[in-house]
Structures are given as structure tokens and as C-alpha cells.
Ligand binder design. Structure first.
Ligand code: TRP
Length: 449
């Protein structure tokens, strides 16, 4: 453990973790989920999920990682012994699956960034944008090249190491990301549909809250916080010992939710102004509707460059965190160099990323359980493995981890946090969070009819 890497600065601890959490999930998936699930009602349920499920789950992972300073497998073996260590394998496998399909979308954002710069992106009608996106994504080469370029960049960062690669890039990209997002927010707030968009986002209509809204909110909360697969556990293993756990969990959750809400404040005014409040699913919104709208706005070309930069920054700080789960595992459990471990993870992502990239075109008819490669990887990892992994980590922290470790970790440098709050979080970790995840998950499997 003596020569194991640590993040060098307090800012680094926050920038890397928030960099992991803030990703495509916040910027395109969150506004979409809000849109289809009734606006403010979804936001309210989402915030409750973040508080009662998200923060306790993040806290559990941070405790396990920071206490052991080990990769997720080594950490669970040290604290839980030979059976609990297998929980981490769910996360190691799922993180490589997520890395594969997520990089495909990140590759698309790079293609659109390049096309915004060259000007080749701009067309004259909505139909042409739809056509261009379809032509691009179904192509046999272009999306594959872009996923490979993206994974190569991702590889360069992770190869550079925890402090010189991950921490450094997060320290640079995260502030930039916030600035770009604020520029867009200000822009959106001057649009004619701004007040309609904002009231849609913030006015809850309680009649809209159904079990599927709750399910959507929990899934979104897990994905958005990067929790459930040992990702934050892995980053926490690089936290200096005096990092306050609860305050860090709250900061990650707070900033992640803030970015999601800011993204909503950008997207909804645009949709109400230009689309009459018609909600459009993720890829179509980002790659067809928004570019078309940018064409009509003065300075739209620059907005378009900035927008795809934003998505690219958000993506790469998330994919390096997904990669680190398996890299730290390969490095420490097989005692190989960072270079070899990174090569191993990247190779897996290259193979599956290519299959996912081709699943919109040449491999569109190759199906597992009626799903293409891309959809299969996405659904199995985020709808099944993520909640199961999250549940097991929380149950472990609440019921199997030595109470003294739990309390001691929660007490580190958190004098400002009262005993009542610590006890409440422990109560959630033991009872509320596992129960909530189990109920919502069983409902999603159709157990309640
Ligand atoms: N949270 C990221 C997003 O919102 C995605 C992500 C990064 C993630 N690391 C993860 C999701 C680990 C699950 C597990 O886009």
C-alpha cells in the first residue's frame, strides 16, 4: 500500500469524483427522463432518490474504498472475506460493458464536434439532420473509427496515471464544463419559451407519480452518481485518509444534481421555444434537433462547437472512471504494470465498443434476447447489474462491515456533521436504502404484477 497512488489535492478528490458522476447521464438522459415522466414530479422523486438511496450508496462505497486503499475486489476481500469479494466482479464486468457502449456515444459527440468546427454539420432542414445522423450511425467505418479514437484518448489519460492523468485532466475539464454549461444556461434563459420550460421543470404534478416514474428516477440516480459498480469505491481508494466521507458524498451528489438541473434549464427553454414542448429521446435530441436549432440562432456554430465540447468533456471524465475499476483490479490482483492492465481494459472496450458501434448498421440484426449489442450492453448493465451491485454494497456496509470501521470512517474530520446526521445515514444504509432498492427492483422485474 505504501507506494500506491493518492490524489494529491482536495480539489482533485472532488474534481475526479464529480467528473465521474457528471456525464452523458446528466446532460442528455436526465432532461429526457424529466420530459417523459411529467417534469417537476420526476425531479421531486429524483431528489428524494438521491437523498435516501444515492447518498447512502455513495457513502458506503467511499467508506470501503478509503478504508482499504485497494481495488474493489481487494477491498471487498479485505473487509468481507472470500464470499463478499465476488460482489466486486459484478461491477468490474458491468463497468467494461458500460465503457463499451458509452464510448460509442462519446465517439458520436466527437464526430459532431469535428463537423461543427469544419462547418460540415450544418444543413438546411430538420429532415436533412435526421438523414445525416442515420447515415453516419449506420455507416460501417465512421462510427468505429470514432469509438477507437475516443478509446485511444481515454487510454492516454489512464496510462498517465492516477495523479498525472486522471486527477490532472479532471482538474482542467470540470471547471471548463461548468463554465460552458453556465454560458448555455444564460443563453436559454433569454429565449421566449424560458418561463414555460422552467415551470415545467419545477412544478410537480403529483398525479404523474407512478411506479414507473419512481423506477426511472432510481435508475437514473444510480447511473448518474456512478454508484453501484465500485467506481466511486475505486476512486475513494485514492482519497487521502483525512478526506471527510459524508461531506464528500454530499458534494458529489449535490454537484451532480446541480449539473443535471442546469442541463434541464438549458434544454427545456430550447424545446419550448423551438419545438412547442415536444420531448425527444436522447440521441435524436442531441444529434438532430439541437444542431438544427443551432443553425437558426446567431452564433449557432460556436454554440454547437461548445455544446459538443461539453458532451465530450463530460464523457471522457466519466469513461476514465469506468476504466479505472478494471485497471486497478488487473494491476493489483494479477500484479501487472499499469501499462499492461490499461492495455487489457482498453482491448476489451475496443472489441465490444466496435460491436456496439456496428449494431446500428451492419450488425443491426444480430440480437440477444431481442436486443442489439448496444441495447443489450446498456440494459443488462444499467438496469440489472447496477441496482444489484448497489444493493449488495449497501447491505455489506450496513450489516457486515465492522460497526467501528463504519462509525470511525463517518467521523473523519466531519466535526460539522452532527451525531444525528451520522445516525440517520447509518439508518438509511441499514434499512431504508436496501429496502427501497429491493422494492423498486422487484417491481421492475414485474414481481408485483
Ligand atoms: N455517471 C456517469 C454519467 O452520468 C456514468 C458513469 C461513470 C457510471 N462511471 C460509472 C455509471 C460507473 C455507472 C457506474 O454519465
Amino acid at each position: 500500500m505504501s507506494n500506491r497512488a493518492l490524489f494529491a489535492t482536495k480539489i482533485g478528490v472532488i474534481a475526479t469524483s464529480v467528473g465521474s458522476a457528471v456525464g452523458l447521464g446528466n446532460i442528455w438522459r436526465f432532461p429526457y427522463e424529466v420530459g417523459v415522466h411529467g417534469g417537476g414530479a420526476f425531479l421531486m422523486v429524483y431528489i428524494i432518490c438521491i437523498l435516501l438511496i444515492g447518498i447512502p450508496a455513495v457513502t458506503s462505497e467511499l467508506i470501503i474504498g478509503k478504508k482499504t486503499h485497494k481495488n474493489s475486489f481487494g477491498a471487498m476481500r479485505e473487509l468481507g472475506g472470500s464470499s463478499w469479494k465476488w460482489v466486486s466482479v459484478i461491477g468490474i464486468v458491468a463497468s467494461l460493458m458500460i465503457l463499451s457502449f458509452y464510448s460509442v456515444v462519446a465517439g458520436w459527440t466527437m464526430e459532431y464536434l469535428m463537423q461543427s468546427v469544419t462547418g460540415g454539420l450544418f444543413k438546411s432542414s430538420a429532415a436533412e439532420y435526421t438523414q445525416a445522423f442515420a447515415t453516419f450511425t449506420t455507416d460501417s467505418y465512421r462510427p468505429v473509427i470514432m469509438v477507437l479514437v475516443f478509446l485511444a484518448l481515454n487510454h492516454l489519460i489512464i496510462m498517465a496515471g492516477v495523479e498525472k492523468g486522471i486527477e490532472k485532466i479532471s482538474n482542467i475539464l470540470m471547471p471548463l464544463l461548468f463554465v460552458i454549461l453556465l454560458v448555455f444556461c444564460v443563453n436559454s434563459l433569454f429565449l421566449s419559451g424560458a418561463s414555460e420550460g422552467i415551470s415545467f421543470l419545477f412544478t410537480p404534478d403529483f398525479s404523474q407519480i407512478t411506479p414507473s416514474v419512481v423506477l426511472g428516477a432510481m435508475g437514473q440516480a444510480f447511473f448518474s452518481l456512478s454508484v453501484g459498480l465500485g467506481c466511486l469505491l475505486t476512486y475513494a481508494s485514492y482519497f487521502p485518509d483525512d478526506t471527510p466521507i459524508l461531506r464528500t458524498s454530499a458534494t458529489i451528489a449535490g454537484l451532480d444534481t446541480m449539473v443535471a438541473i442546469l442541463a434541464g434549464l438549458v434544454i427545456f427553454p430550447i424545446l419550448f421555444t423551438f419545438q412547442g414542448g415536444d420531448f425527444i429521446a436522447g440521441p435524436k435530441l442531441v444529434f438532430e434537433v439541437l444542431p438544427n436549432i443551432f443553425t437558426d440562432i446567431t452564433g449557432g456554430r460556436y454554440l454547437s462547437i461548445l455544446f459538443f465540447m461539453l458532451l465530450f468533456f463530460a464523457s471522457i471524465t466519466s469513461t476514465i472512471s469506468m476504466s479505472e475499476i478494471s485497471i486497478s483490479f488487473f494491476m493489483e490482483e494479477f500484479k501487472i504494470s499499469r501499462m499492461k492492465a490499461a492495455a487489457f481494459s482498453t482491448t476489451i472496450a475496443v472489441v465490444f465498443g466496435t460491436l456496439c458501434a456496428l449494431s446500428f448498421g451492419p450488425l443491426a440484426d444480430v440480437k440477444f434476447f431481442d436486443l442489439t449489442f448496444f441495447d443489450f450492453f446498456n440494459r443488462v448493465s444499467s438496469e440489472i447489474m447496477l441496482p444489484i451491485g448497489g444493493l449488495l454494497y449497501v447491505v455489506f456496509a450496513g450489516w457486515f462491515l465492522d460497526k467501528k470501521i463504519l462509525r470511525a470512517q463517518l467521523a473523519v474530520k466531519d466535526n460539522a456533521v452532527s451525531h444525528a446526521i451520522v445516525s440517520f445515514v447509518i439508518f438509511c444504509i441499514k434499512f431504508v436504502t436496501p429496502l427501497a432498492i429491493s422494492l423498486i427492483f422487484l417491481y421492475s422485474l414485474g414481481v408485483f404484477g
